[in-house]
Design a protein around this ligand. Structure first.
Ligand code: SAH
Ligand code: SF4
Ligand code: F3S
Length: 485
């Protein structure tokens, strides 16, 4: 994690250091000089807004961008007023790209009005060559474009842009580098995401992530533990360990280590109260991990276990490397070891070649597992993935019909699964003021469900006992029953 460093002591007229992260501190110091200059000329500090699309990996990356900008001296501002707007993009489905182009179109007139304004684009979408070509051609007003592998170089790229006034584009195809000790600005003071690994080696046939996030690499366990210790000292009590496939953590380390072993080590950290992780690939979910989950006091009783499809044929075409039966066995084992575990999943509808019978298998899994919630996606063709050129792409009409049926099934079951806790008293971590009623706060149960109850700002970050009085489908209304012990 970030060690406080005095940027004012860095000689910005010397040659930049070659080593990381010293090189980035040097560029932060240079940017800071520019910010001072801006302040003198304009009588105010420059402002920024980072908007995140996509998954929690991106959310964590955005915290790193925010950390660097704050260190330089920028202040956070709403997007329509900010001097520096950054979109951290996702490309997992086609509509993710469409949204970014739409938003960019809206930024153009803002940039015309504000001569200071800069626009930065980063994240997964930038790893696609045709996207960068399109931006170069039709979106010349963008200032900085970089990808997922060199996000740690953000300060250097900003410095280059501030000092050169030209479009800065820096995209790497891949990397094996992990740069530690850079600043980051957490969204919540009491909980934090932690990257434990980067990239993905699974190449599920529909998925673009391995192409835009590169090969799987795990962070050194000591670096992870040290980061968590520092976070705990800084007020964090809940961590979310992040990776595209956390169950294969440690395989690429010089001294290989299992994810279960890492969890055991993290569990020992005093002051840490809740451990979450995502995402778990079913094919790598070991008995050792199930045992650790069963015996843990801190690992939350919630597992996100994407099934994608219930049909063994489709799963094979998806290159998921498990069968319907293996998945269901896994669920059974988990429920035995952790009886009240909440299970959530991702499901894709309309993968090429999906027949009505295949789809029925998916419904069957949904009915058997009874997920607490499920993210359902319409299959989106991603150019460059094997599935994009498969025959028998399913028609839109058929997909729409299946999607609606799936959603109904998932929602009915989830509402029933959620309601079983009605009337119980549970420990929740209070996260925010409720977005619908400012007299209420929103807390999260260990099993990931949300509960809204009357309470004030002072409860944020605290653990309290809450009686779940009324289930409203996917969340609860509750009453505070006391402070947690
Ligand atoms: N690494 C995670 C998921 C990453 S992407 C995992 O393996 O589960 C998040 C979800 O997006 C996936 O679980 C999948 O359900 C969905 N997804 C990925 N590619 C997709 C595509 N081409 N079309 C529709 N949904 C997709
Ligand atoms: Fe994509 Fe599969 Fe990797 Fe998840 S495990 S990121 S779905 S390739
Ligand atoms: Fe999207 Fe990249 Fe995450 S493609 S889902 S932001 S890894």
């Amino acid at each position: 994690m970030y060690q406080e460093i005095d940027l004012n002591k860095i000689d910005i007229h010397a040659e930049p250091p070659v080593e990381e992260p010293a090189r980035q501190y040097y560029f932060m110091a240079r940017c800071k000089e520019w910010v001072k200059d801006f302040e003198q000329k304009n009588g105010r500090l420059p402002s920024f807004c980072v908007t995140t699309f996509g998954c929690q990996m991106n959310a964590r990356d955005s915290e790193k961008l925010r950390g660097i900008l704050k260190e330089i001296g920028y202040v956070e501002e709403a997007e329509d007023k900010a001097d520096f707007v950054i979109y951290n993009t996702c490309t997992v489905r086609e509509n993710a790209n469409t949204r970014v182009y739409g938003r960019l179109g809206q930024l153009k007139p803002l940039k015309k009005k504000n001569p200071h304004m800069m626009i930065g684009l980063c994240g997964c979408m930038m790893q696609e060559p045709e996207v960068v070509e399109k931006l170069k051609k039709s979106y010349r007003f963008v200032d900085i474009i970089f990808g997922t592998h060199n996000i740690y170089k953000f300060a250097e790229l900003v410095a280059t842009r501030l000092e050169s006034e030209r479009m800065v584009i820096d995209i790497w195809k891949n990397t094996d580098k992990i740069v530690e000790n850079l600043p980051n600005q957490r969204k919540y003071s009491f909980k934090s995401g932690i990257n434990i690994m980067f990239g993905c080696n699974n190449f599920c046939s529909y998925c673009i992530v391995p192409y835009v996030r590169g090969r799987e690499r795990s962070r050194d366990p000591q670096a992870i533990i040290q980061e968590i210790r520092r976070l705990v000292a800084d007020g964090v009590s809940e961590v979310m360990l992040l990776g595209q496939n956390v169950n294969s953590y440690g395989k690429t380390l010089n001294t290989p280590m299992t994810f279960a072993k890492l969890l055991r080590e993290i569990e020992k950290i005093d002051g840490l109260l809740r451990i979450r992780f995502m995402t778990s690939h079913p094919k790598d979910l070991s008995d050792e991990l199930i045992e650790v989950m069963g015996n843990s006091q801190k690992i939350c009783k919630h597992l996100h276990l994407p099934v994608q499809s219930g049909s063994t044929d489709i799963l094979a075409k998806m290159n998921r490397r498990y069968t319907k039966e293996q998945y269901l066995e896994l669920v059974e084992k988990l429920r035995k070891a952790v009886p009240d575990i909440s299970l959530t999943t991702d499901i894709i509808v309309g993968f090429p070649g999906e027949t009505e019978a295949d789809f029925e298998e998916t419904l069957d899994v949904v009915r058997k597992v009874r997920y607490d919630s499920a993210f359902t996606f319409i299959y989106s063709k991603r150019t460059g993935t094997p599935a994009a050129v498969m025959e028998n792409q399913v028609s839109e009409e058929v997909i729409k019909n299946r999607f609606d049926r799936l959603l109904r099934e998932v929602q009915t079951i989830a509402a029933e699964a959620c309601a079983v806790h009605e009337g119980t008293v549970q420990e929740v971590l209070v996260e925010d003021i409720c977005s619908h009623d400012p007299k209420m706060v929103t807390g999260r149960l260990g099993n990931n469900l949300l509960v809204h109850f009357y309470g004030g700002q002072e409860l944020i970050g605290q653990y309290v006992e809450v009686k779940l009085t009324e289930c409203r489908g996917f969340y609860y209304i509750g009453e505070m029953a006391g402070k947690a012990s």
